[in-house]
Design a protein around this ligand. Structure first.
Ligand code: CA
Length: 240
């Protein structure tokens, strides 16, 4: 029996759909294909895929409406696929509950890399039904009970806001969080000008996460969209 994870590809463009199918095939992933929103919803409910790759522009439905509908009953990672320059659409999709996005045209390597990140999140979710008291990622460790963070066993001194930011990113490792979402979670409100102060907080947080030995890319910037905590291996590399 093939117990490889099932990937649902939702795409109305036959060329892109075939490229995705071929790519998934070469890696031994199982996949189902949906050409429109109606098929996507049927597939998602009947087969409960591990990850959904979702084109935002579909003939019968907005991709973001599909996200809102499936989010009512599943936390499966959703990677949205959209054309370049549609940042507002990506942000809307991420705020509706998508995990990540791919911009068309994308490379096969990029598609597979995003998929691995999403599948790692599925596995991590299954491994920890309850929230762990300790978070570990590369050289970073957060002790939630004590409210402390460490880099290579050395405590780092964070302001309350920086600590909240770090915990928010850590709890959502692998997921792209929009500016809007972060501002709401940390400050409870959102105005466009706050993005500038968020950027400043992120810059100081990042500086404090550096061990001085080598640059550790914990927090990834998505220009115009938001931030993501990457999962690093013990050596501090972006885990494969
Ligand atoms: Ca389309």
């Amino acid at each position: 029996m093939n117990n490889k994870p099932l990937i649902l590809v939702v795409e109305d463009d036959a060329a892109v759909r075939n490229l995705m199918a071929m790519t998934l095939d070469t890696q031994g992933y199982r996949y189902h294909l949906a050409r429109n929103g109606a098929e996507a919803l049927i597939e998602a409910t009947t087969h409960q895929p591990a990850v959904m790759l979702l084109d935002l522009g579909l003939p019968d439905m907005e991709g973001v409406d599909i996200i809102r509908r499936v989010r009512g009953w599943t936390g499966m990672p959703i990677i949205v696929v959209s054309a370049r320059g549609e940042d507002a659409d990506k942000v809307e999709a991420l705020d509706a509950g998508a995990d990540d996005y791919l911009t068309k045209p994308f490379s096969v390597d990029e598609l597979l890399a995003r998929l691995r990140v999403a599948l790692r999140r599925v596995n991590a979710d299954q491994a920890s039904v309850q929230e762990d008291a300790i978070y570990e990622n590369g050289a970073l460790r957060i002790d939630y009970a004590a409210g402390c963070a460490f880099i290579a066993e050395r405590e780092i001194h964070l302001t309350p806001i920086e600590y909240k930011l770090l915990c928010l990113l850590a709890r959502n490792t692998g997921k792209v969080l929009t500016h809007n979402y972060i501002l709401k979670e940390i400050w409870g409100s959102y105005t466009a000008s706050d993005v500038g102060s968020l950027r400043v907080f992120m810059a100081t947080l990042r500086k404090k996460l550096q061990t001085g030995v080598r640059e550790q890319p914990y927090i990834q910037t998505h220009v115009g969209i938001g931030y993501r905590m990457l999962k690093l291996d013990a050596r501090g590399e972006d885990a494969p």
